[in-house]
Structure formats: C-alpha cells, structure tokens
Design a protein around this ligand. Structure first.
Ligand code: DGL
Length: 269
C-alpha cells in the first residue's frame, strides 16, 4: 500500500475567503501549480468578516475549513488576511493538514520604499490583531507607516460596484491623506482590494508602488506541497467553486481568475 502522502497527491487544494477576494490568490496559485485541482469556498453571504467579532470570524472560518476537509482537501489556503490574523494559530494546532495564510506585506514594502513612508490599507480586524502588531514591530523600524481601515471597500467588491462614484469617494478619502504625507508604497492588506486596482491607480496617479502578496502566497503554497510530498501531477485538474452568496456575481469574478470548465454551486453550510 502507498504511504498516505502519495495517495493524497491528487486531492484538491482548498482555498477559502469571506467572499470573492481570494480568487486573486487562486489565479496566482494556478500559475505556480498548474496540475492542482482546487476547491474554492466563498462565504459571501456572511461577508464581511472584518467587522465581526473574533469569535464570530473564528466560528465561520471553522465551518469553512470543516467543509473543505469533507471535500478531502490536502492543504488549505486561507486567502483572507482577516481570518489569518485572528485564527490561523488556532487552526494550525487544531487540524492536521498544512495551512497557508496571508498577512499585510510590510516586509517587502519596507525593502522597496525610498521615502521610508508606507501606507497600509486593511480591515479593522487585521489592523487591530496581535499578529499585525507583531509584524509591525518586526518590520516597521525606521519607517513611517500610515494604517487605514478600508471601511466599506469589501462590500463594494462583493456587490461588483468597485468602479462606482462611491468607490472613488471612499478610496480618495483613504488614500489622499497618505499621499500627502509622502507615502510611495502601498500595501493591500485584504484580498478584496486588488479588485479595486483600477480606481486605486487612478487616485494615486501611478505615484505609489502597490504591494499585493498573492504571488508570495502561491509560492509558499508550492513550497509546502513540495515539503509534504503533496504536489499533484494530474494532467486534468478539476475546479470546484462554492458560494453561499449570489452565483451570478461569483461567476463574473471566477471568469476573471480561471478559464472554464469549472463547477460552481450555491450552497449553505
Ligand atoms: N478578503 C478578506 C481579507 O483579506 C476580507 C475581509 C472581510 O471579509 O472583511 O481580509
């Protein structure tokens, strides 16, 4: 009989987010790992998680994980800064499979900035978390860091109104003060925010370097799969999407991330 790792190689990678934000991460994972089947879970009905209590975010995320485990996922990517910030530590000790998480990319920002002034846009929960405070203490030395909670931005993306006047007003309110302070590097600390890129670039007039950690997360996923001997060689990987929200909206985001064929289901868990 094969050892368990070998039989698990062609099991899917599980990815979840409070909504569609993590699809940007999925797109990068596809580039780095073209033979992997993926099950993506978007909890759009309960989105946003960033304004929920830690306990609520934890129990919703636990449900998402249990769901992905029932789909036989071999590794789970938490494509959500908010959940990573408040819960990844507990999940790593609670479950046996490997987890990949994500957090605001302050380290690469500190390496890139010339003005030593960095802006961070993330959810309130992420910015208030112990994990973020720790990252801040580690990498913000000698930098001026301007943190801004992105109130209302996740909802704009979930409703597909990311190019609306309202989006422009909110982003202007959040980004202009940073720009006036001389920020030259902006960290997007929430996976929904790259979907606002067009508007962000318009407002910042290409004067800031924007850092999205999706590529680094895909790299880390590959590294862990290699480490655990779990890399798939399936020439026909399968993609299965589950949403607790609106199927039509989910489909429009998915079509940006991946070419059909794929399966999309609206579910309740
Ligand atoms: N995509 C999640 C993140 O990266 C959104 C959080 C939310 O639901 O508020 O933080």
């Amino acid at each position: 009989m094969n050892p368990p790792e070998t039989t698990m190689k062609n099991h899917p990678i599980g990815i979840f987010d409070s909504g569609v934000g993590g699809l940007g991460v999925l797109r990068e994972i596809r580039k780095h790992l073209p033979h992997e089947s993926i099950h993506y879970f978007a909890d759009s009905r309960n989105c946003p998680y960033g304004s929920k209590t830690k306990e609520d975010a934890l129990s919703l995320s636990r449900k998402n994980i249990e769901f992905l485990l029932r789909q036989n996922c071999k590794l789970i990517v938490i494509a959500c800064n908010t959940v990573t910030a408040v819960a990844i530590k507990s999940f790593r000790s609670e479950y046996k499979i490997p987890f990949v998480g994500m957090e605001p990319a302050l380290k690469p920002a500190a390496l890139q900035t010339k003005t030593k002034k960095i802006g961070i846009l993330a959810t309130e929960s992420t910015l208030n978390s112990k994990r973020f405070k720790h990252t801040f203490e580690q990498y913000a030395k000698g930098m001026e860091v301007f943190v801004q909670p992105g109130y209302g931005l996740v909802e704009l993306v979930e409703q597909r109104t990311q190019n609306s006047d309202h989006a422009q007003r909110l982003l202007t309110q959040y980004l202009l003060p940073m720009m006036e302070k001389g920020v030259d590097t902006l960290v997007l600390g929430c996976t929904h925010y790259p979907f606002l890129m067009e508007m962000i670039t318009k407002i910042t007039k290409n004067r800031v370097t924007i850092i999205d950690p999706a590529d680094a997360v895909a790299n880390q996923t590959k590294k862990l799969l290699i480490q655990f001997n779990l890399v798939s060689n399936n020439p026909h990987p399968l993609f299965h999407f589950f949403t607790t929200g609106n199927k039509k909206i989910a489909k429009r985001f998915i079509d940006h991330a991946i070419k059909p064929p794929y399966i999309l289901e609206q579910i309740e868990i």
